[in-house]
Design a protein around this ligand. Structure first.
Ligand code: F58
Length: 823
C-alpha cells in the first residue's frame, strides 16, 4: 500500500445528496430505472448508496492503521453471526432520517427495503454473535483491529417445521447479490495441505524439517465494512473464500500423489461451502479441520504480507499484533505461525516459541467436556504433517517442564498432555491453546472460576497468572438503539444520547424508575414493541399472539443443558391444572410463551424436543379454555433479525440452564437491557446480572453449581423427584400417555424415559423450584407499576454488559493495545 493514496470524498450528507447518489446507483450499478426496479434492485441500490457514505472513512481508517503501524488486534473466529448490515450502517453513519426522507421523496418506504436484506448467518449462536458484537465495539472504540473468518457460501440452515418437526434447508444468502462485500482476488493466498515432511541439513549444518505438501487451495479475501458508531472509523472484516488453484503446481504435486491431488483440487472449493451447524458438540469432520486451517493460514499470511511494512522483523511481531482465538476453532494457527517462523524464516525454535506465545490469547466458551475439540492424530498427520510434528515438539518441551516442576508426576503428565491417548490418539486443542497462549479467559466470572477449578485446573495450578476473566457483552448499537427505537428515544430524552457509546451512563436512569410518568411511558414503549412483534409474527409465520398477555420468551439454540424442557414442563403443568379444573382460568396470568431455537441437524434428542414443543403448543392452542390464558408460539428460523423484534417486546427472559453449564449467555444481557425481567438459575452471566440489577428485580431459582455437582457425585436419581412430586408426575404422565401426540404414547417416549432414567441436566430436580419462581413472577406481574419499576432498574443497571466494556477488559488485561487517537 502506498502511503499517500488520494482519498475520495463522501457524497453530500443531505436528502438531495442522498437522492442523487441513490438514483445514480440504481441507474449505473443496477442498470435499471425506478419505474422498473424490483424490490431487490431498490434494496441493492440503497445498500450501495449507504456504502458510499462510509467509503472514505473506511479508506482513511485503513491508511491510518498502515501508516501508524500501531499494535492491532486480529480476531480469529470461524463464525460471525452478523445480522443485517443496512440498518447498522445507517445508524453508524447517522443517515437513517436522511435515507427515510430521500426514499419517501421517491415514493419508497425505508422499512420495506430494509426487510429485503437476507442476514448473513455465518454463525451458529452465541459464539458467532459475540464475534460480531466485538468487531462492532472495536470499530466504535477506534481500536486498530481486523476480524478474520470464513465466507461460507451457505450460512446456518433455514429452519422449517413439518408436522412440528425441524426440517433444514440451505441458506443461500448470497443469491440476491451481496452489496456489502468487496472481493479481492488480487490478494489471494495459497494454502497447502497433505503430503509429507522430510529432514534435511541446512547451510549452517542444522537438522531441519520441511513440508512437501500434496495439494493446495487458494483463499480469496472478501472485505466487509465494520462501521464504528459515528466516530469516522470503519474497520475491516476479512472473510476467506476457497478457490481451486488456476493451474497445477507441478513442483508441489511431484512430491505427492498426483491423482489424489487432482481429485482434491476438484473439491477445493468445498472448503468454504457451508457452515457446520453444530452447537456445543463439534463433529470431528475432516472438512472442518480443513476449514479451520484454511482460514487461519490465509489470515496469518495476509497479516504478514499486507499489513506489515516490507522488511518488518518478525521478532517484533508481538508489538504489532495479537491474535485472539475465539474458542479452539482457530487454534491450528499456533503451529502455523511456528512453521512460518522456523521453516520459512529460519528462526531458532526457542525464538519462534517466544514470539508465538506472545502473539496468541485464547478464549474458551464452554464447560461441557464433549465440546472441547480434539482432532485424531491420524487426521492431523494426513492433512498437516508438519503441524503435527510441531505440536509434538511443543508438547514434548511442555511435558518436560511439567515433569521437572512436579518431580516426575507421570499421572499429571498424562493428564496435561496435549496428546490424548484414548479412545484414539488425538490432539486436545484447548490444551494446545492454553500451553501456547499468553492468556486464557472464560466469558463470565463463574465460567472463568470453573475453568480454573475444573476444566483446566492442572493448567491453572501450573500458570495461575495466565488465567483471567472477561465477561461477555453485547453491542448497544444493534441491540438497543436499532432494535428498540422507542426505548432508545425515551432514554435519550431522559439522560441524553451519550449512553450509546458509554453504556454505564444508563445508571443515570435509576432515579427515573421512581418517576410514575416515566414508568407509564416505559410501558407504552413496551406495548408498542409488542405490537411490532404481533405484526412480524403475523406476517412472517401466520402466528397470532395477544399483545395484552405477559410475553415469556426463551430463545437460544436447542440444547438439553439449556433446558427448554423445563420451560415446557411448566407449560404442561399449567395446561394440566387448567384442564383439570384445579386452577380457575380467571386466576391465571395470561401469558404467551415464545420459543425460538434451532437444533443441530444430527442432534436427535434436541429435534425431538422441538417436536414436543410444537405438539404441546398445538394442543394448548386447540383448547378453548386454556388458550384464553396460555399460548405457545414457536416461530421457525429464529435468527438475529427476529431477535431484534422479539427481545424488545419481552416481559420475561428465560435463562434456565443447569448451573455450571452455560458459559455466559448473551441473550440474557440483551433482554435485561431491553427491560425484561429474568427468571434464571445461578449460571453464567446470570450471576452478574442478578448482582447488578438486585435480587428484587430478578427471579432466581434452582440448584447452585456446587449443589448440582454434589448431587451428581452422590448419584442423581431423577425418578425420585417424579415419584415424590404429584404435579411433576402428572405433567410427565401427560406426555408419556400421548396427550400431545394424538394418543400415541410411543412418540415422545424417548424424552420421557431419558428424563426419568438419566436427566443429565437435572430438569426434574429443578422443576419445583422453577414452578415456585414462576408463581413469584405472576405475583409480581400482577402489579404493572412495580413490574415496570423493576424493568427500568434492569435497564439502568445493565450498562456493564456493553461489549465496549468487554473490549476495554480485553485491551487492558490481554491485548495491551490501545485505540488509535485522531487521524
Ligand atoms: C456459547 N458457545 C456459549 N458455541 O454456550 C455461551 O454461553 C456464550 O455466551 C457464548 O458462546 C459466547 O461466549 C457457542 O455458541 C458454539 O456455537 C460452537 C460453534 C462451533 C461448534 C461448537 C459450538
Amino acid at each position: 500500500m502506498t502511503e499517500t493514496t488520494p482519498l475520495i470524498t463522501s457524497p453530500e450528507h443531505s436528502v438531495e445528496g442522498f437522492v442523487r447518489e441513490y438514483l445514480r446507483e440504481l441507474n449505473f450499478s443496477q442498470g435499471t430505472v425506478l419505474e422498473r426496479a424490483t424490490a431487490n434492485d431498490r434494496y441493492l441500490a440503497l445498500a450501495r448508496t449507504v456504502r458510499h457514505y462510509l467509503m472514505s472513512r473506511w479508506m482513511q481508517t485503513t491508511v491510518d492503521q498502515y501508516r501508524t503501524q500501531a499494535k492491532a488486534v486480529a480476531y480469529l473466529s470461524a463464525e460471525y453471526l452478523l445480522g443485517r448490515q443496512l440498518d447498522n450502517a445507517l445508524i453508524a453513519s447517522d443517515l437513517e432520517e436522511i435515507a427515510a426522507e430521500a426514499l419517501a421523496s421517491l415514493g419508497m418506504d425505508l422499512d420495506e427495503l430494509r426487510a429485503v436484506e437476507v442476514e448473513p448467518g455465518l454463525g451458529n449462536g452465541g459464539l458467532g454473535r459475540l464475534a460480531a458484537c466485538f468487531v462492532d465495539s472495536l470499530a466504535t472504540m477506534s481500536v486498530p483491529a481486523i476480524g478474520y473468518g470464513i465466507r461460507y457460501e451457505y450460512g446456518i440452515f433455514r429452519q422449517r417445521f413439518v408436522d412440528g418437526r425441524q426440517v433444514e434447508e440451505p441458506d443461500n444468502w448470497l443469491a440476491g447479490g451481496a452489496p456489502w462485500e468487496f472481493a479481492h482476488p488480487e490478494h489471494e493466498v495459497a494454502v497447502a495441505f497433505g503430503g509429507r515432511t522430510e529432514k534435511y541439513t541446512d547451510d549452517d549444518g542444522r537438522e531441519r524439517s520441511r513440508w512437501l505438501p500434496g495439494w493446495q487451495v487458494l483463499g480469496v479475501p472478501y472485505n466487509y465494512m465494520v462501521p464504528g458508531y459515528r466516530n469516522g472509523r470503519v474497520n475491516t472484516l476479512r472473510l476467506w473464500s476457497a478457490r481451486a488453484t488456476h493451474a497445477f503446481d507441478l513442483k508441489t504435486f511431484n512430491y505427492g500423489d498426483y491423482a489424489e491431488a487432482v481429485r482434491s483440487q476438484t473439491f477445493a472449493e468445498n472448503i468454504s461451502k457451508v457452515l457446520y451447524p453444530e452447537d456445543s458438540t463439534p463433529q470431528g469432520k475432516e472438512l472442518r479441520l480443513q476449514q479451520q486451517y484454511f482460514f487461519v493460514a490465509c489470515s496469518i499470511r495476509d497479516f504478514i504480507d499486507q499489513l506489515l511494512r516490507p522488511g518488518f522483523d518478525l521478532h517484533d511481531l508481538p508489538d504489532r499484533i495479537v491474535f485472539q482465538l475465539n474458542d479452539t476453532h482457530p487454534v491450528i494457527a499456533i503451529p502455523e505461525l511456528m512453521r512460518i517462523l522456523v521453516d520459512e524464516r529460519g528462526f531458532e525454535w526457542d525464538d519462534a516459541w517466544q514470539v508465538t506465545q506472545r502473539c496468541f490469547a485464547y478464549t474458551c466458551h464452554t464447560l461441557l467436556p464433549e465440546a472441547l475439540e480434539v482432532w485424531p492424530v491420524e487426521l492431523v498427520g494426513r492433512l498437516l504433517p508438519r503441524h503435527l510434528e510441531i505440536i509434538y515438539r511443543i508438547n514434548e518441551e511442555f511435558l518436560a517442564q511439567v515433569r521437572e516442576r512436579s518431580g516426575g508426576d507421570e499421572l499429571l503428565v498424562r493428564r496435561m498432555s496435549i496428546i490424548a491417548e484414548h479412545p484414539v490418539r488425538s490432539v486436545r486443542m484447548a490444551y494446545l491453546a492454553t500451553v501456547a497462549g499468553s492468556k486464557v479467559n472464560g466469558v463470565a466470572e463463574l465460567h472463568s472460576q470453573l475453568l480454573r477449578d475444573k476444566v483446566l485446573a492442572d493448567f491453572a495450578a501450573f500458570w495461575p497468572e495466565k488465567f483471567t476473566n472477561v465477561t461477555n457483552g453485547v453491542t448497544p448499537r444493534r441491540f438497543v438503539k436499532l432494535a428498540n427505537p422507542g426505548l432508545s428515544g425515551l432514554i435519550t430524552e431522559a439522560i441524553g444520547d451519550g449512553w450509546v457509546t458509554d453504556l454505564d451512563r444508563l445508571r443515570e436512569l435509576e432515579p427515573f424508575a421512581d418517576d410514575a410518568e416515566f414508568r407509564r411511558r416505559f410501558r407504552e414503549v413496551k406495548a408498542g414493541n409488542k405490537d411490532r412483534l404481533v405484526s412480524l409474527l403475523g406476517a412472517r409465520d401466520g402466528i397470532e399472539i395477544d399483545p395484552a398477555t405477559m410475553l415469556d420468551v426463551m430463545v437460544k439454540r436447542l440444547h438439553e443443558y439449556k433446558r427448554q424442557l423445563l420451560k415446557l414442563l411448566h407449560v404442561v403443568t399449567l395446561y394440566d391444572r387448567i384442564t383439570s379444573g384445579e386452577l380457575p382460568v380467571d386466576q391465571v396470568t395470561p401469558r404467551t410463551v415464545v420459543f425460538g431455537a434451532k437444533a443441530a441437524p444430527g442432534y436427535v434428542m434436541a429435534k425431538e424436543i422441538i417436536a414436543l414443543i410444537n405438539h404441546v403448543g398445538a394442543v394448548v392452542d386447540a383448547d378453548p379454555d386454556v388458550s384464553r390464558v396460555l399460548r405457545v408460539a414457536f416461530p421457525a428460523n429464529y435468527n438475529v433479525t427476529v431477535a431484534e423484534t422479539l427481545i424488545p417486546a419481552a416481559d420475561l427472559s428465560e435463562q434456565i440452564s443447569l448451573a455450571g453449564k452455560e458459559a455466559s449467555g448473551t441473550g440474557n444481557m440483551k433482554f435485561a437491557l431491553n427491560g425484561a425481567l429474568t427468571i434464571g438459575t445461578d449460571d453464567g452471566a446470570n450471576v452478574e446480572i442478578r448482582k447488578l440489577v438486585g435480587d428484587d428485580n430478578f427471579f432466581l431459582f434452582g440448584l447452585t453449581e456446587p449443589e448440582a455437582s454434589a448431587i451428581a457425585e452422590a448419584g442423581y436419581r431423577p425418578a425420585a423427584y417424579y415419584e415424590e412430586n404429584p404435579s411433576l408426575r402428572r405433567a410427565l404422565d401427560l406426555v408419556a400417555r400421548g396427550t400431545f401426540s394424538g394418543g400415541d404414547a410411543s412418540v415422545f417416549e424417548p424424552i420421557v424415559s431419558n428424563l426419568l432414567s438419566e436427566d443429565r441436566f437435572m430438569v426434574l430436580a429443578d422443576y419445583q423450584a422453577y414452578l415456585d419462581a414462576q408463581e413469584r413472577v405472576e405475583r409480581a406481574y400482577a402489579d404493572p407499576d412495580a413490574w415496570s419499576r423493576s424493568a427500568v432498574l434492569n435497564v439502568a443497571r445493565s450498562g456493564f454488559f456493553s461489549s465496549d466494556r468487554s473490549m476495554r477488559d480485553y485491551l487492558d488485561r490481554i491485548w495491551r493495545a490501545a485505540p488509535l487517537t485522531s487521524s
